[in-house]
Design a protein around this ligand. Structure first.
Ligand code: NAI
Ligand code: MG
Length: 356
């Protein structure tokens, strides 16, 4: 098959980790008989330098015409003094909004080779950990009515949590579909003991669950979920939750995996289209030094193959190659532990390519 991918390398280590990821995709294409047409486009600080805008119209249009978007990272000190809406990060928000990406998938996967990087006790994590946080991305309190007004105790500021049936339904369906490809359990996290919007959330998720009799659904209040993630993270498989709760819980969950250089993410909308990127930023402190860990971006490409292209076997081939490289003891500086083999960005990429 032929696939069109819009590639946005961005700034800092972005182009370095993307370069290795494109080599991995090329190898997957050769091995499995696919052609990935990768079009490189400007976004972030490099786009500001070239065009004055962090998200040129041409980039957004090309993304819309592609099957998927693969992004490195944007931003850096050079552009830090620009006003909020002109900054590289504004380009990223414009991209998510402009492409209608309402679901953010963040796997917190602790590779068994990296257990010593996990801050939790070995008896709590066991062999390994694998949690998928599905966060609603375009609704809730981050997008609700807000403002300032005079109140009895002086000026007030307010934000509003709003969710519609349609918004909850589509994110819930996605979570159940994902659970089908995993260990078949969904934990829906809300605050239904207090919030009206959470009661609607719980009602809708419960209704959607009837279409997925093969999946176990559990409801949990967010404060308890925050505690359970540390107390007994193995009880979770897929967690589906609101924009703000997901923001907080996905950061908490990702910490159990040790290194930011390992974690991929996907942002999905209606249909198969998606945007895939590592969760880390442009790491200006190590940019241009061949030190960045490319695995988060390589694993993001694996998510792209799984969720957009439905190429499960190919996605697993990438993940298996990454595991093998880690098992053989190769590490980039961010996850260096005593006695391991320290390699740079391009060497790490080459090792993964070789093992596919
Ligand atoms: P960061 O994630 O870029 O870096 C934090 C620390 O982790 C640094 O010490 C960095 O060297 C290290 N690190 C990050 N990724 C790594 C990798 N792949 N391999 C090895 N080490 C890695 O976050 P920071 O420093 O807060 O932000 C730097 C710039 O990136 C800022 O301009 C920020 O706005 C932007 N940013 C962009 C994001 C995006 O494009 N999605 C997300 C987060 C930050
Ligand atoms: Mg966050």
């Amino acid at each position: 098959m032929n696939y069109k991918i819009a590639v946005l390398p961005g700034d800092g280590i972005g182009p370095e980790v993307i370069e290795q990821t494109l080599l991995v995709l090329e190898k997957v294409g050769q091995k499995f008989g696919h052609s990935f047409q990768c079009q490189k486009l400007l976004a972030g600080g490099c786009a500001i330098d070239a065009t004055g805008s962090p998200l040129p119209e041409e980039t957004l249009e090309a993304c819309k015409k592609s099957d998927a978007v693969l992004l490195g990272a944007v931003g850096g000190p050079k552009w830090d003094n620009l006003p909020g809406d002109k900054r590289p990060e504004a380009g990223l928000l414009g991209l998510r909004g402009g492409l209608g990406l309402f679901a953010n998938l963040r796997p917190a996967l602790l590779n068994k080779e990296l257990r010593d990087a996990c801050p939790l006790r070995p008896d709590i994590i066991g062999e390994s950990l694998d949690i998928m946080v599905v966060r609603e991305l375009t609704g809730g309190i981050y997008f609700g009515a807000r403002g300032k007004r005079d109140g009895k105790m002086g000026q007030e500021a307010y934000d509003t949590e709003t969710y519609s049936v349609g918004e909850v339904e589509r994110i819930a369906r996605l979570a159940f579909e994902i659970a089908r490809q995993r260990s078949k359990k969904v934990t829906s996290v809300d605050k239904a003991n207090v919030l009206e919007s959470s009661r609607l959330w719980r009602e809708v998720v419960t209704r959607v669950a009837r279409d997925y009799p093969d999946i176990t659904l559990e409801h949990m209040y967010v404060d308890n979920a925050a505690m359970q993630l540390v107390r007994n993270p193995k009880q979770f498989d897929v967690i589906v939750t609101t924009n703000m709760f997901g923001d907080i819980l996905s950061d908490e969950a990702s910490m159990i995996t040790g290194s930011i250089g390992m974690l991929p993410s996907a942002s999905l909308g209606e249909g198969a289209f998606g945007l895939y990127e590592p969760i880390h930023g442009s790491a200006p402190d190590i940019a241009g030094q061949d030190k960045a860990n490319p695995l988060a971006t390589i694993l993001s490409a694996a998510m792209m193959l799984r969720y957009t292209m439905k190429l499960e076997e190919e996605a697993r081939a990438i993940e298996a190659a990454v595991n093998q490289v880690l098992e053989e003891g190769y590490r980039t500086g961010d996850i260096m532990s005593p006695g391991k083999k320290l390699v740079g960005t391009s060497e790490m990429g080459r090792l993964v390519v070789e093992r596919i």
